[in-house]
Design a protein around this ligand. Structure first.
Ligand code: ADP
Ligand code: MG
Length: 457
């Protein structure tokens, strides 16, 4: 969801305020209403408690004249309190018919509400039965209390409550907005800092010192991303330099040889030699460029597609056979151990195994044995090539699979080995969802790669 965090927080503050104030307002109003009702009931009960014994005491209609006078005197002029005595006998009746027209003598004793025509608020009634005594029949005595003053209090209170609640909510929203703007200040500072990072300077980092805890993590991750970018940038720069360097040697040779040849008259055989030599240089450049293209493809996430079911042992034997001349040169013996069936791109497999075997042949002690191991390791097939040879320094071991990296820098550029062989092994492994490894221990140097379950299906 887009939008301003400050606005969102202000809205949340306002919603919280609405919830809190409306709940407390409803509770307050309920409690006030209840206490006002209790007050009205108390007043009615009080009046009954004073008058009931009087009414019960008098028996004859003559004596009831006194009662009527007493009730007259107790009825205020504004008729806030009213009395009714209901009886079939008109001598005892008082107060006339009930304003709502209901026959209240048939209702149960107790509190009730009576709507009065022309009056906004109802009357609260307390009815009681006065038992018959002597000649006097049973009577019903009702005291009514106008609820208008009480309801007035309640409505004034409600209005005040609504007003203060609205004010409170508005204030909470404003305060929320201000608090969140104030609280988000470090975020703004961080973004300003990120904005002011100068382009081209890959060493720049955000200053995490002045940031609050919550933003430290973000800034640290951001700095981590910058560091990774810097590393990739350095690799790219180094890589460019390497490519230029690798191509410069054959180009210099080509130019030099051609210039020398052109300086004098040459006979056909000399020119043929020159072309032959130039062709070799061109082929070398072609190999580098092709290898680079292959690596670029693998790096962009290309996967092996031409998969076929093969026996690794059979395929390895074919590679060994193909390299027979190189191996015979140094009287090397190759042993293949283990076997398994996998689904792989056999062309790529040959290419990477050939690279490993060529390296092994190059660095193996003369007349020693090179071992090709094919091991199933859980869901992975591991292919490794070991040869007897000089121990490799661990400083080099972890870098040997990088492009153009050679442990022996002095010998590096003297021959056709341009340091891409192991990078290609790594690319083939990653195209099969695997990885590479190198070990140097007990006089044995082992280089290998794995193929994951995806290709073992
Ligand atoms: N079997 C091995 N024994 C010792 N060093 C090796 C072996 N295989 C590879 N290396 C080291 O790894 C480096 C990189 O190998 P590679 O990528 O095949 O490039 P290149 O063979 O063109 O030099 C080699 O230059 C060498 O220093
Ligand atoms: Mg090599």
């Amino acid at each position: 969801m887009r939008g301003s965090i400050a606005r969102r927080l202000a809205l949340m503050f306002a919603l919280a305020a609405i919830l809190i104030t409306s709940t407390s307002a409803v509770l307050l109003r309920c409690s006030l209403k209840q206490s006002l009702e209790t007050q009205m009931h108390n007043e009615l009960t009080l009046r009954h408690s004073v008058l009931d014994p009087l009414l019960a005491k008098y028996e004859s209609p003559a004596m009831w004249v006194v009662v009527h006078e007493k009730l007259d005197s107790l009825t205020p002029t504004d008729e806030r309190v009213r009395y009714w005595v209901l009886s079939d006998n008109a001598d005892y009746s008082y107060g006339g018919a009930m304003p709502d027209g209901l026959d209240r003598s048939k209702h149960a004793d107790g509190f009730s509400i009576m709507e009065v025509p022309d009056q906004h608020c109802p009357m609260v009634l307390l009815s009681k039965t006065i038992p018959a005594m002597g000649s006097r029949p049973e009577l019903r005595f009702i005291v009514g209390l106008d609820s208008t003053p009480f309801m007035g209090t309640l409505s004034t209170f409600t209005k005040t409550l609504i007003l203060t609640s609205a004010l409170g909510i508005a204030l909470a929203a404003l305060l929320g907005y201000w608090v969140s703007r104030f609280g988000l200040e470090p975020v703004r500072r961080l973004s300003n800092q990120a904005n002011s990072l100068p382009p081209g300077d890959s060493k720049q980092r955000l200053d995490t010192e002045a940031l609050p805890d919550e933003l430290q993590e973000l800034a640290v991750s951001f700095n981590g991303a910058l560091a990774r970018q810097e590393k990739a940038w350095c690799q790219l720069e180094g890589f460019n330099a390497n490519v230029a360097h690798e191509l410069r040697t054959p180009l210099t040779n080509l130019i030099g040889q051609t210039q020398v040849a052109l300086a004098h008259e040459r006979d056909l055989s000399e020119l043929q030699d020159l072309l032959q030599s130039n062709l070799e240089e061109l082929e070398r450049m072609g190999t580098i460029v092709n290898d680079m293209l292959f690596l670029a493809g693998a790096e962009s996430g290309q996967r092996a597609t031409e998969l076929s079911d093969v026996s690794l042992c059979e395929e390895a034997s074919k590679t060994v056979e193909y390299l027979e001349p190189v191996l015979l040169d140094k009287q090397l013996n190759v042993v293949i151990q283990g076997d398994m069936r996998v689904r792989i791109d056999r062309r790529l497999f040959h290419r990477s195994l050939a690279n490993l075997l060529q390296n092994a042949a190059r660095y193996a002690a003369p007349a020693s044995t090179i071992t090709v191991s094919l091991v199933s390791n859980g869901l992975q097939a591991e292919v490794s090539v070991s040869n007897v040879g000089e121990p490799i320094d661990s400083v080099h071991l972890e870098h040997l699979f990088e492009r153009f990296y050679r442990a022996d820098a002095a010998r590096a550029r003297s021959d056709a080995h341009h340091g891409l062989g192991l990078s290609i092994v790594r690319a083939v492994a990653s195209m099969h969802g695997g990885r590479v490894f190198a070990r140097s221990a007990e006089g044995l140097n082992t280089f290998g790669f794995s193929l994951t379950s995806e290709t073992l299906r």
